[in-house]
Design a protein around this ligand. Structure first.
Ligand code: ASP
Length: 406
């Protein structure tokens, strides 16, 4: 293939595979490359708050129909919840079929302290920030979404005099899009460094004892991506699946290598806008929200790890246990932050609720990153699929261009 014809997503995938190979061959020594990956993650994180504020304010200010905003929001949240529920159920089915916890030799792990389930009321109240600047400095996505949407709506209410301000927000958001574009050019090298680091650090040997668990998580997430998102994209979004994956490949690869939905957000937004043709009014709201509350891969993982724990310790699960796993698995994925390892911390909540031993956390932690990468990729793909489908039903999706489909 001619080098000049390589598209960015080709280069990112090549970086991913080469990094993996280099890490396996070179071993732990290759972890010196990690700063090249960290640099990329920092660049992505740097853009999150400005992207959110500018897009959401400009997006909300341009909405003339408040009813529509409510309807779109309802559809997005409803689909996020439904897909998460399906994901937990798929996780349970796969864990029961593959039985990742049977026949595993374990050393006695350290004791782990559980995390309490957050109260839903205080979680909701907390969405309203007491201090906007503090919310921004701490990258509190839900709080930023709340304030930015509110400000955008108020700018629209001010009317004519607010027009120049809205225009400034729009121009600045265009500048942010350019910035994301430039940063993404560096992605193939960063992805190489991150993959080499992971493969060099963990190696194949370390993964073997828990290989069945890793395979269960990968398979369950892959089926969820193909079947559930396949349905959403094809039936609700009326778009070809291959086209959807090709357009989302950059974000998926960045998610896989960084294991952070929040850090991937700039890449996800770029894919939805440029490649999938979703309008700013929909993705500007649904993707930041999705990166925070929609984590299907994480919920699948919670269910699998809970059942893994029961199998490992020879505990029989009753219907009550399964109900607890489904409920807390869903809540834990909503509550998990979009950062590496958040799902593992939230797992303590699921295990506590289901009355399972927390010692399993120590065992899972050793290989958590490997599973984190795939579940994060699933999380991000889910955000893009739901965004595309909701945009299509609202007439906020560009017609399929020939060039995009090829
Ligand atoms: N790393 C995941 C994410 O950012 C969260 C998790 O640990 O499951 O989406």
């Amino acid at each position: 293939m001619n080098n000049k014809k390589l598209q960015l997503w080709h280069k990112i995938l090549i970086g991913l595979v080469l990094g993996l190979i280099a890490g396996i061959i070179v071993g732990p020594g290759i972890t010196v490359l990690k700063p090249f990956g960290t640099l990329f993650i920092n660049l992505l994180k740097m853009m999150i708050v400005p992207l959110l504020v500018l897009f959401l304010v400009a997006g909300a200010a341009s909405i003339t129909d408040i009813k529509k905003l409510g309807r779109v929001g309802g559809k997005i949240v409803g689909m996020y919840l439904l897909t998460t529920f399906i994901a937990v159920s798929i996780g349970i089915v796969f864990a029961l079929i593959i039985q990742p916890g049977t026949g595993v030799e374990i050393e006695k792990p350290a004791e782990v302290k559980g995390k309490e389930a957050p109260s839903i009321v205080s979680w909701l109240v907390d969405i309203v920030p007491k201090n906007v600047i503090k919310a921004m400095s701490e990258s509190r996505v839900l709080q930023i979404i709340f304030f930015s949407l509110f400000l955008g709506i108020c700018l629209a209410l001010v009317g004519e005099p607010a027009k120049p301000v809205i225009e400034i927000f729009e121009i600045l958001s265009q500048a942010m899009v350019k910035m994301v574009h430039i940063v993404m050019e560096y992605a193939p090298y960063a992805v190489f460094a991150l993959m080499a680091w992971v493969a060099g650090k963990y190696g194949l040997k370390m993964m073997l004892p828990l290989g069945k668990l890793i395979i269960t998580v990968y398979l369950a997430c892959a089926i969820h991506i193909i079947v559930v998102y396949g349905f959403i994209v094809k039936v609700l979004g009326k778009r070809p699946l291959g086209w959807f994956f090709k357009g989302g490949a950059n974000a998926m690869a960045v998610a896989y290598s960084t294991a952070s939905s929040a850090a991937t957000l700039p890449a996800t937004m770029e894919c939805s806008e440029k490649n999938h043709g979703v309008s700013k009014t929909v993705f500007g709201f649904s993707l930041p929200l999705g990166a925070t509350i929609n984590m299907d891969g994480t919920s699948t993982y919670q269910a699998i790890c809970a059942i893994f724990t029961a199998q490992l310790f020879g505990i029989d699960l009753s219907l009550y246990h399964y109900m607890a796993i489904i409920l807390t698995g869903t809540l834990a994925s909503i509550g998990a932050a979009g950062v590496p390892g958040a799902g593992l911390i939230m797992l303590t909540m699921v295990l506590t609720a289901a009355g399972l031993p927390l010692e399993a956390i120590g065992i899972i932690a050793g290989v958590d990153r490997i599973m984190d990468m795939f579940r994060t990729m699933t999380n991000v793909t889910g955000d893009m699929a739901v965004t595309l489908a909701v945009a299509r039903t609202e007439g906020e999706l560009e017609e399929l261009a020939e060039s995009a489909a090829s």
